[in-house]
Write a protein that binds this ligand. Structure first.
Ligand SMILES: [Zn+2]
Length: 114
């Protein structure tokens, strides 16, 4: 079984969150850990980083005021200090091996898309 990043006392590096910070989380629905005192709880967990999103909604599916909360793994808050563009650049590097130069990046992206 693979533990979520940050569990077990390890420090998570910002690189562990490249795809989540560049693309957004990869949510799947899970059973709510506890019943809410009001409304209905919907919980989702990111399959990559282990972040949990908890939405409290009414019977019509409308989000209650202040009804969205996130529980991030250790180290994620540090990762949020880095701009999304930097994570997209890191992902681009992983996908293409691109290391620098705007013109070359454009050509590389076109080559990937063709
Ligand atoms: Zn994530």
């Amino acid at each position: 079984m693979r533990l979520a990043p940050g569990r077990g006392g390890g420090t998570v590096k910002s690189d562990d969150y490249v795809r989540c910070r560049a693309l957004g989380h990869a949510w799947y629905d899970v059973e709510a850990e506890r019943a809410p005192s009001f409304g209905y709880a919907m919980e989702f967990r990111c399959e990559r980083c282990g972040t949990v999103r908890r939405d409290l909604v009414n019977r019509y599916g409308e989000l209650l005021p202040g009804g969205r909360n996130y529980r991030h793994p250790d180290g994620y808050r540090d990762a949020e200090r880095i701009e999304r563009a930097e994570y997209r650049r890191r992902l681009l590097t992983r996908m293409t091996g691109y290391r620098g130069g705007a013109g070359r990046a454009t050509r590389t992206l076109r080559a990937v898309g063709e």
